[in-house]
Design a protein around this ligand. Structure first.
Ligand SMILES: C[S@@+](CC[C@H](N)C(=O)[O-])C[C@H]1O[C@@H](n2cnc3c(N)ncnc32)[C@H](O)[C@@H]1O
Length: 388
């Protein structure tokens, strides 16, 4: 593009930008479980200056269609609840930013979601899950912002920590609702460290007690993590529900993974932010480096298999990855417990790579009992492929 054309385009963009509205959340509505209601949250910001802005939610189900509007300032969350008895089968939620009756720049301000609900108790509340129960009994006060399907995943992967002495770190405290939930779920032997960049998080320290501390810091700052790690015992559970920006998720992981206790788990929520450029939210690319975490996660799968990494900070700890579970918007990385793991195998692996190609025919005669069983299996596999 010639420079004159570039200037001309930028000029028009500046003139027009007052009409553009960006949704911050790429996916939208968050649903929160409850046995009687569907709780939803939608988040947006706008650069419109009208005083009568509202977010209008339209609900369409097989039998019904209704809408309602909530007042809205320039940015923020709108929370609403829909009684389950009004919803049936497939429903469509649409949110639009309006000024009076006027829908603003319709393509950009609408966000839609299809949900599949049944008039019965919804699937995520079907089996006994104390996290869902906690939700049912905490309909006011400090609320947590989690996608509904996370509750099932948390319970599936974390229930063995309940009642045990363990240490949880959550990045992203906000009002502190999730910390309250973790206290209730894991019981009195849980120690909690919350981290948030916002100094008002956790109700300005009101949540802090002998087993809960809140640290103010930026998850992208390795120095901050170094100081924190020096001051507290190793973590058993780490949950990254902070910035959701890929490069920051990556920094936190590289700083913290080596300090996760054996048998611990590392969870990263809201992976969809790593795919902003592929969805409707190309405008939201102000999240610089947004893909870095999801890209690294794919690489970690290879590193888990070989125990080898080029990442200097994970050299000594990558072999401790026991498994990586990827779910929609959510991943969980498990660390081997003490005495578990394949460290012998991993050490052998480097030697196999160097020596096995040349020495393969000779090694084929190695007595199986001179190697540990898993190394033998690996050796056989190697020969099948290299001699085979
Ligand atoms: C989604 S909210 C956390 C919600 C909370 N975990 C819950 O379930 O109720 C995200 C929080 O991350 C914090 N945050 C954003 N960027 C951050 C960063 N770079 N470092 C630390 N915290 C950050 C925000 O201040 C916000 O309170």
């Amino acid at each position: 593009m010639s420079s004159w054309r570039f200037i001309f385009v930028q000029f028009w963009r500046l003139l027009l930008c007052d009409k553009s509205i960006h949704w911050v959340e790429p996916t939208d509505f968050k649903e929160v479980p409850s046995r009687s209601h569907l709780k939803c949250e939608v988040m947006a910001f706008s650069n419109h200056s009208e005083s009568d802005l509202a977010i209008c939610i339209q609900v369409e189900s097989f039998a019904r269609k209704f809408s309602f509007c909530e007042k809205f300032r320039r940015s923020g969350h709108v929370f609403f609840e829909l009684p389950l008895e009004l919803l049936d089968g497939q429903i469509r939620l649409t949110a639009a930013l309006q000024s009076g009756d006027l829908v603003l720049a319709s393509d950009q301000v609408r966000v839609q979601k299809w949900l599949h609900l049944s008039r019965e108790i919804p699937a995520w509340a079907d089996e006994f899950n104390p996290l869902v129960d906690w939700w049912d009994s905490h309909r006011e006060g400090l609320l947590t912002m989690k996608h509904a399907h996370y509750f099932d995943l948390y319970h599936r992967h974390l229930q063995h920590f309940r009642g045990k002495k363990s240490h949880l770190l959550e990045i992203g405290v906000a009002s502190g609702g999730s910390l309250q939930m973790w206290k209730a779920y894991f019981g009195p032997r849980l120690r909690i460290t919350g981290v948030d960049c916002c100094p008002f998080s956790g109700m300005r320290g009101e949540l802090e007690d002998h087993r809960t501390s809140i640290w103010i810091g930026n998850q992208e700052d390795p120095q901050f993590w170094a100081e924190l790690i020096q001051s507290v015992p190793p973590f058993d559970i780490i949950i990254d529900d902070g910035s959701h920006v890929g490069r920051m998720q990556l920094e936190a992981f590289e700083s913290l993974w080596p300090h996760l206790a054996p048998g611990g788990v590392y969870i990263v929520e809201d992976l969809m932010f790593g795919y902003l450029d592929m969805g409707l939210h190309k405008d939201a690319l102000f999240f610089k480096g947004h893909t870095l975490w999801v890209e690294r996660l794919k690489g970690l799968m290879d590193e888990m298999q070989t125990g080898l990494t080029a990442d200097s900070r994970l050299q000594d700890s990558v072999a401790a990855i026991r498994g990586i579970h990827i779910y929609r918007h959510f991943c969980i990385i498990e660390k081997y417990d003490l005495g578990q793991g394949l460290s012998g195998l991993v050490h052998d692996w480097a030697a196999f790579q160097v020596g096995a190609g040349a020495a393969a025919p000779a090694l084929a005669g190695v007595q199986a009992d001179s190697l540990n069983p898993s190394a033998t299996t690996l050796l056989r596999c190697f020969f099948w492929t290299s001699l085979g």
